[in-house]
Design a binder for this molecule. Structure first.
Ligand code: NI
Length: 172
């Protein structure tokens, strides 16, 4: 958090080439390394409409793992769902975020082939969180102003403490 790239809208992808495939592979790798369940390209400094998610419990089931290019939410459920969310770009912060329980997302895959995803519960939440990233929106923007202030204070304090620790280490 604090990097302007997280606040910018990612650009539409129109080249479905080896570079895109490599980007998607990098993103899966980064996400698994960080033990996350989703990642948007701007989180690794690339302003392209690309996201990856993997919400599988069992790593052998194919449903729940996907890379989506140029995704957009075309339908949301009336039912809302409140769950705690975190973000790899804001380590250490978690807060309950209210979102539609189900969504339909249209996108294309890494080869440019159209896909339509009906998602519910955790997958729907992960997709909404990552699509937000591609629009420059963070989950903090979706909590009350009071909670947001508290979370940002907590974040700023933790960051300052981490910097102080680093300084002490470097001084030895
Ligand atoms: Ni995030």
């Amino acid at each position: 958090m604090g990097d302007p790239v997280l606040r910018q809208r990612a650009a539409t992808v129109d080249a479905f080439d080896g570079a895109l495939a490599r980007l998607v592979n990098d993103m899966f790798e980064t996400m698994y390394h960080a033990e996350g369940i989703g990642l948007a390209a701007n989180q690794i400094g690339v302003l392209k409409q690309v996201l990856v998610v993997d919400v599988r419990d069992e790593k052998d089931a194919e449903a729940g793992r996907m890379a989506l290019i140029n995704p957009r939410i075309v339908m949301v459920s009336d039912d809302l769902d409140k769950e705690s969310e975190g973000c790899l770009s804001i380590p250490g912060l978690e807060e309950v975020v209210e979102r539609p329980w189900g969504v339909r997302v249209e996108a294309v895959d890494v080869n440019g082939k159209p896909v339509s995803i009906e998602a519910e519960a955790l997958l729907a939440r992960a997709l909404q969180h990552e699509i937000d990233h591609l629009e420059g929106i963070l989950f903090l923007d979706r909590v009350s102003p009071l909670k947001r202030r508290m979370l940002i204070q907590k974040w700023t304090k933790a960051k300052a403490e981490a910097a102080e620790k680093e300084e002490k280490k470097g001084g030895k």
